[in-house]
Design a binder for this molecule. Structure first.
Ligand SMILES: [Zn+2]
Length: 212
């Protein structure tokens, strides 16, 4: 055991996990990670987001499955299941306002020993991803990787709020006030000559020309 003294088993450091042991022992772990701890995810959060401290909960479970090895014998193949739930603020590409995007990840990884082994693994099983395990595995890094993979291609509101709704109603209000003022002026100054009435008078002839 490489547990830190005083730290109960199961609360292993998610930044430094023996992934092979985690899978072989069928261990489980869970925790909370904040967007502020994930620099690449934080890059996606617009500056005007209401909060930059939204959090994700995660659960990890190690298992093994008997599989045929290269040497023809059957051996336990380590697997990791990772679930992530939470939300982050992204910028809507339609109205450019920040919105809260939900993330719900449930992934299963086949844990291999080397990069070469990962590359030669047949990709016909699209339900399963392959990751290179380590005795000092950074699970938080994997969580961030998975969230980035699950970013929407075009982040946007399902339904955008009405654009500048407050501004539109504000402008309408001003117009209304102006109209009211006009009415007040008309009512308050009945003697004010109507230019169209004057024009009609000129057209009708009479003494219109002599006024100049
Ligand atoms: Zn929008």
């Amino acid at each position: 055991m490489t547990q830190h003294p005083g730290k109960p088993a199961g609360l292993a450091d998610p930044h430094d996990l023996d992934l092979f042991e985690f899978a072989r022992s069928g261990r489980q772990a869970a925790g909370l990670v904040r967007v502020s701890q994930l620099p690449r995810m934080l890059n996606e959060v617009p500056a005007e987001a209401p909060e930059r401290e939204s959090a994700f909960t995660w659960q990890a479970e190690g298992t093994t499955q008997p599989e045929l090895q290269d040497d023809g014998t059957e051996g336990p193949q380590p697997y990791l299941r990772l679930a992530i739930h939470g939300s982050a603020w992204l910028e809507c590409q339609r109205c450019l306002a920040p919105y809260s995007q939900a993330f719900n990840v449930d992934a299963i990884y086949r844990i291999v020993n080397t990069e070469a082994e990962a590359e030669e693994f047949p990709l016909d099983e699209d339900e399963v991803d392959v990751i290179v395990g380590s005795a000092h595995f950074d699970l938080v890094d994997l969580i961030e990787e998975e969230l980035l993979l699950n970013l929407p291609l075009v982040p946007k509101h399902e339904v955008c709020p009405e654009v500048h709704e407050s501004l539109v109603s504000g402008a309408a209000g001003e117009e209304g006030d102006e109209a009211a003022e006009d009415e007040a002026e008309e009512g308050g100054e009945p003697a004010r000559p109507n230019p169209f009435a004057a024009l009609e008078a000129l057209k009708k002839g009479g003494s219109g020309g002599e006024k100049h």
